[in-house]
Design a protein around this ligand. Structure first.
Ligand code: FRU
Length: 496
């Protein structure tokens, strides 16, 4: 029987986490100190550094009694582990300290708002989810004596106390607080609830901010709500999605809705919707505003539908956070760019222009597992367009992952079927992408165990984790037909 005290967790992660060599982790993507990690929590800039907390089970690489792990960073790319901050050690959160967010209080302390889960009726019983608070100084946090601060009696009629979670908190201009929380109706459809508070501790129901009309899955998890480029943006991660063309896939997905907040009705009015990520592994993102005014998002670079994927090698950690991505709205759509600080860690530039590609080709200097590639592809002759362009990476004699683009179908595919997975989970995803006569621009970022593809200057992003041993560093190109490519490659963090 595992001890669920914070002291125990802190001693365990320090002892065992410190044994994990840095060489077995990604270089610039955050992993748990040890064990299991899911959603980003309490992502914040507090007292001069970025804080990332995360859903955490230190004792195992499987989801179980949720703690909050903690790491800090000055640039969102180099992370330092700090001791875990929450353990499921109170009656109201004995089944887990689920996802939540963070805000600085006027007295300089930091408030964490999270979902406390308790079970009634034994192991097979039901969850009761309530909202709880802990206050601290960036290192140690004390659970609030008045917990839970929101429970079943604060839910509007007809909503379930079993699915009421993931508060995202923000400050209002008048110095008050608001938060949005995921909930669901008895028919399982997700609802987002808006609450307000004058002091961050005592909360009052305001309105139903948004509601799932049946288009986007069932329960809505991990909402985020923020202003961006003159609009209001609502993020949710729906469970049980049905596919919709190439926009949304089955299972757990991410949805971005862009619109505006109607102050009078206290309701969000959507005008546009799209997937946040079109790849395989991305879920439950949270955003912050950086001190210089950028809206930056980090998501869990994993997905519930694929997280049992295993390879040939056991790892003492499971779960990665995505690259931090700068958000903007262009032409009514969400755009994402890798955080600009990444370019500070470029080296070993290799550039080729007008490279003809048809048969399988490698290029001197283009290889590695911690690299950034800017690739522009076009047909050699627009009258005779190529049928398919393939980029293979993390390649050796046995394994590879790939991107393939078919201009006549406007489909970009990410495929890790041959990356070393021994399980028949989802290994491919296709996305409809914009291009003009087969001209497309891809920015591909590889870390040891992931790929993130920014398509057409960030109009779409496809993300996937890969398990292939980091020694597989090959990158190659091939086309069905005749294509031409410009490529600029950098090593990242001077690994290679
Ligand atoms: C989303 C989620 C949240 C919940 C947490 C539990 O990935 O299911 O809704 O708070 O994970 O770990």
């Amino acid at each position: 029987m595992v001890n669920h005290s914070l002291i125990f967790a802190r001693a365990y992660e320090k002892e065992e986490g410190s044994k994990i060599p840095a060489s077995s982790r990604p270089i610039f993507h955050l992993t748990p100190w040890i064990g299991w990690m899911n959603d980003p929590n309490g992502f914040s800039y507090y007292h001069g550094q970025y804080h990332m907390f995360y859903q955490y089970h230190p004792y195992d690489t499987e989801w179980n009694a949720m703690h909050w792990g903690h790491a800090v960073s000055h640039d969102l790319l180099h992370w330092t582990y700090l001791p875990a901050v929450l353990a499921p050690d109170s009656p109201y959160d004995s089944f887990g300290c689920f996802s939540g967010s963070a805000i600085e209080l006027p007295d300089g302390q930091q408030l964490l708002m999270y979902t406390g889960v308790r079970k009634e009726g034994g192991a097979k019983g039901k969850d009761y989810q309530t909202q709880c608070i802990a206050v601290g100084d960036g290192l140690d946090y004390k659970k609030f004596k008045g917990n839970p601060v929101l429970g079943a009696s604060d839910l509007p009629e007809g909503l379930s106390p079993h699915d009421f979670r993931d508060p995202k908190i923000w400050r209002t201009k008048d110095g008050g607080y608001r938060c949005v929380i995921g909930a669901r109706r008895m028919d399982k459809r997700g609802v987002l609830l808006l609450y307000s508070s004058e002091d961050g501790f005592s909360w009052k129901f305001e309105s139903i901010l948004a509601e799932n009309d049946g288009r986007f899955g069932l329960m809505w998890e991990c909402p985020d709500f923020f202003p961006l480029d003159g609009k209001d943006v609502l993020f949710v991660s729906p469970q049980d999605m049905l596919p919709e063309g190439f926009e949304y896939h089955n299972g757990n997905g991410t949805v971005c809705q862009i619109g505006y907040f109607d102050e009078e009705a206290k309701r969000f009015i959507p005008e546009h919707h799209q997937a946040i990520d079109y790849g395989i592994d991305f879920y439950a993102p949270q955003t912050i505003l950086t001190p210089d005014g950028r809206r930056v998002m980090i998501g869990w670079m994993q997905n519930w539908d694929t997280c049992k994927m295993t390879g040939y090698e056991e790892r003492p950690w499971f779960g990665q956070m995505s690259l931090p991505r700068e958000l903007s709205i262009r032409n009514g759509r969400l755009y994402q760019q890798p955080i600009r600080e990444l370019s500070l860690y470029r080296s070993h530039k290799v550039e080729y222009k007008d490279v003809p590609v048809s048969e399988l080709k490698t290029l001197p200097g283009i290889e590695g597992r911690s690299v950034e590639m800017d690739i522009r592809i076009r047909p050699e002759n627009t009258e005779d367009p190529y049928l398919k362009f393939i980029i293979r990476f993390a390649q050796d004699d046995h394994y590879y992952s790939m991107l393939s683009f078919r201009p006549h179908e406007s489909l970009l595919k990410i495929d890790r079927k041959f990356s070393g997975s021994r399980r028949a989970y989802i290994h491919q995803r296709r996305s409809q992408v914009a291009h003009e006569n087969g001209e497309i621009h891809l920015r591909v970022i590889l870390d040891r165990f992931s790929v993130e593809v920014f398509i057409n200057d960030g109009e779409q992003v496809m993300t996937a984790t890969i398990l292939t041993d980091a020694s597989a560093k090959g990158i190659s190109f091939e086309a069905d037909g005749r294509a031409v490519m410009d490529i600029t490659k950098y090593s990242l963090f001077a690994e290679e």
